[in-house]
Design a protein around this ligand. Structure first.
Ligand code: THU
Length: 133
């Protein structure tokens, strides 16, 4: 059983691989599948900026391209490179929309919390009235 705290710690490990020479902001994500696998992702930037990809989408696209589409939870952490994350790093709007393609409304998004260590938000809390076809 992977706890929220454990998943967040894995996001911190994923963050060590962040490639962010342009923004200097390093993000890590750990995505838990319903089958119990954890898929890690980091942000990967590009000199042309536009091709850069967020940590959350790196993890989700790695998973989907490996045939995993049933997700239990995701943990995300971020801070300037070289600093320990000490505030929540909520997913950007594009990543929230990508999550809504594959995840239920009650999908937990686990972020840093100054009092509790981690705090889970649902996808619906972070993306109300989401677009779908
Ligand atoms: N970033 C993420 O990886 N995830 C987010 O949800 C927000 C932003 C990355 C993108 C870019 O490489 C850096 O953080 C600064 O925006």
């Amino acid at each position: 059983m992977v706890t929220h705290k454990r998943l967040y710690d894995l996001a911190l490990e994923a963050r060590e691989k962040a490639y962010c020479p342009h923004s200097g902001f390093a993000v890590g994500a750990a995505l838990l599948t319903k089958s119990g696998k954890v898929i890690l992702g980091c942000n990967i930037e590009n000199a042309a900026y536009g091709p850069s990809v967020c940590a959350e989408r790196t993890a989700i696209f790695k998973a989907v391209s490996d045939g995993e589409m049933d997700f239990e939870a995701i943990a995300v952490c971020g801070a300037p490179q070289g600093q320990e994350p000490d505030s929540p790093c909520p997913p950007c709007g594009i990543c929230r929309q990508v999550m809504s393609e594959f995840c239920d409304k009650d999908f937990p998004i686990i972020l840093f919390d100054p009092e509790e260590g981690t705090k889970a938000y649902t996808l619906e809390e972070l993306l109300p009235l989401s677009f779908s076809l």
